[in-house]
Design a binder for this molecule. Structure first.
Ligand code: ADP
Ligand code: ZN
Length: 609
């Protein structure tokens, strides 16, 4: 017999569960439809961006339906946090994975088979054991939720062979509803999920992939570490964030640099000892205001809702990768920033890495295309969000107003004449030199190399004095982004003309360039996120105090800080100043269980202000 839940009086309608357990007023996006669809026993495929609210889509039906909801997730390290969060909300959840002792998992299994769990999280390899499949057959199952479903796809980047085995669920448990969820946007992966998991009959719920709370900022690299430091100091002080670097060495250096500047930064990459890595990950998730400096080894499924920024010191390898990586910011819906610096030499380096890799030609061609698309995104003069969503076959009708090109529109200039000079200089010097040398020739500079090649005799020598060296650098970058120049990767990375050059050289086609913004002096940096949040200066002090209290409680319970209350919930407390438990219960994110556990303590703290 299923034992009584901790919240006995709860009638099991999705709306009351939403309010009593989670403390939320209303469903968002497709949540309600999806939940109804599952409660009625149907299958669903859910595509929602990170932070879209996927978890409730299977958590609530698991509570409503008879039996236990089985959640299959590849992310063992996260199960504990997810379960902690649920238990804090009064939901009977547990997990089974290889991190537990035999005795621990035995206890969980007993609770499961005697019907005491609403939700059970398991890794796919555990689910697929004969023993566990038998347990499933003997127990009442509410539904199967397959999280991070794109792991079944070989096209995507997170392929996990165990996921293929999950097709067994359909055959062995045809009457139990399945819900497959992912934040991957591309249609090839979607098709593969449907065929591999036998979800042809499942209804598809596809949400917009826009993440309106993330502000995109892409800048030219000049002094990357200093730029990063300024960004964090002026816009993100005390916030949690992730800084991505390409190499392990750079991860270490950057983390050290930030620590030397008095910030709390931790490195994370695949070359570190596993226990140190895990320790850093746990600190990042559980504490606040930690900056994780990492390679892309860090990321998939990092379930921390209050990451306020993701910074890229190096270019990711595609626009999909950029979307996924930046998507780790702002899952709680609060303001967040995706910040990136890039330079032409980054692009050249990535192309060289690709060229010298062992991969086959077909793969290299696809990867080069992806990199070009990313460069196009960096160089765009249009709304970045429009460019990105367009890439995912989604149309955003109006410019977003929340990216750097919207906020500070890029000025363009007619660069037709300048482009012709640059291209003919490439041609006349034999298509084997890079931006620096070509700039020297255009500016008419004399040096040994130019003398040696007699390039001071060329018609293009000294014809480009209307621009300075930085401006020529920008021109060459944009010529590459516009596919008018190609980088020759077989030699020393010199530039070659592409077929698209012809109409430009003949003067038949206009070329528009973006004006690179003038480097700002540091004092002029606009006030960022932090200073915008607090209208009253004294609120900031209250905020700090509530955060300290939250961290103290979280530490005592051994759970992440956000499992006590999320940032927005604390902010609402400051704004609404509840005086009674009844008023406290009105605040979004305060469910019954949390009200009982933490209501009084927080009321007392609020009263002390
Ligand atoms: P995903 O798994 O899609 O990345 P989550 O399920 O983790 O997203 O939800 C993201 C955040 O949104 C969480 O902090 C969650 O508590 C919050 N959330 C989800 N549904 C609602 C809702 N109906 N009302 C308010 N907040 C919600
Ligand atoms: Zn925009």
């Amino acid at each position: 017999m299923k034992s009584q839940s901790q919240l006995e009086s709860v009638t099991k309608s999705p709306d009351t569960i939403l309010q009593t357990y989670f403390g939320f007023d209303r469903f968002i996006g497709h949540q309600k439809e999806i939940i109804q669809h599952l409660i009625s026993g149907n299958d669903a495929l859910v595509l929602m961006p990170t932070g879209g609210g996927k978890s409730l889509c299977f958590q609530i039906p698991s509570i409503v339906r008879k039996g236990t909801g089985i959640v299959i997730s590849p992310l063992i390290a996260l199960m504990q946090d997810q379960v902690d969060d649920l238990v804090q909300s009064g939901i009977r959840a547990s997990f089974l994975n290889s991190s537990q002792s035999y005795a621990e998992s035995d206890l969980v299994e007993k609770a499961f088979t005697s019907g005491e769990l609403d939700l059970l999280y398991v890794a796919p390899e555990r689910l697929l054991t004969d023993r566990f499949l038998q347990l499933l057959e003997q127990t009442t199952i509410a539904l199967f939720a397959i999280d991070e479903t794109h792991c079944v796809s070989q096209w995507g980047h997170d392929f996990r062979p165990d996921y293929i085995g999950l097709s067994i669920l359909q055959r062995r448990f045809p009457d139990i509803p399945r819900i497959a969820l992912t934040a991957t946007a591309d249609s090839v992966t979607r098709k593969e999920i449907i065929t591999k998991l036998g979800l042809t009959g499942a209804r598809q719920f596809i949400s917009s992939f826009d993440r309106p709370n993330i502000r995109y900022q892409v800048k030219l690299k000049n002094q990357p570490k200093q730029q990063l430091l300024d960004f964090i100091r002026y816009e993100q002080e005390d916030n949690s964030g992730i800084v991505y670097c390409l190499s392990r060495k750079k991860v270490e250096e950057t983390a050290r640099f930030l620590c030397d500047q008095g910030l709390t930064a931790l490195p994370y990459h695949a070359g570190m000892e596993p226990d140190v890595r895990l320790k850093h990950q746990r600190r990042f998730v559980q504490e606040e205001g930690i900056i994780m400096v990492a390679t892309i080894a860090f990321g998939m499924g990092i379930d921390k809702p209050d990451v306020r920024f993701v910074a890229h010191l190096d270019l990711p390898k595609s626009l999909e990768a950029y979307y996924q990586e930046t998507g780790r910011a702002g899952r709680d819906g609060g303001k967040a920033v995706a910040w990136m610096v890039y330079s032409l030499s980054d692009v050249i380096m990535l192309r060289k890495m690709l060229e010298s890799s062992e991969a086959d030609e077909q793969f290299k061609r696809i990867e080069k295309l992806k990199l070009d698309t990313l460069l196009g995104f960096c160089e765009t003069t249009e709304c970045r969000r429009q460019v990105m969503l367009n890439y995912f076959d989604e149309e955003l009708k109006q410019a977003c107003g929340n990216c750097d090109t919207c906020l500070e529109p890029i000025k363009t200039w007619d660069g037709t004449e300048v482009a012709r000079k640059a291209l003919s200089c490439v041609y006349r010097t034999g298509q084997k030199f890079g931006a620096r040398y070509l700039t020297d020739v255009l500016l008419g500079i004399s040096n040994d190399r130019i003398d040696r090649f007699n390039h001071d005799q060329l018609s293009t020598y000294g014809i480009g004095t209307e621009l300075n060296a930085d401006e020529w650098q920008s021109v060459f970058r944009q010529l590459i982004a516009a596919d008018l120049l190609n980088i020759d990767l077989t030699g020393f990375g010199g530039f070659k003309l592409t077929p698209k050059c012809k109409p430009v050289l003949k003067g038949e086609k206009q070329v528009l360039f973006r004006k690179d913004p003038v480097k700002k002096s540091r004092q002029k940096v606009k006030p960022g996120i932090k200073s915008q949040v607090w209208k009253n200066p004294e609120d900031e002090g209250k905020w700090e105090k509530l955060r300290i209290l939250r961290l103290k409680l979280a530490k005592e319970l051994g759970v992440p800080a956000y499992a006590v209350f999320k940032d927005d919930t604390l902010k609402d407390m400051i704004h609404m100043q509840p005086k009674t438990l009844g008023e406290m219960a009105e605040i979004s994110g305060v469910g019954k269980k949390k009200l009982m556990s933490f209501g009084d303590i927080f009321l007392k703290e609020l009263a002390s202000f």
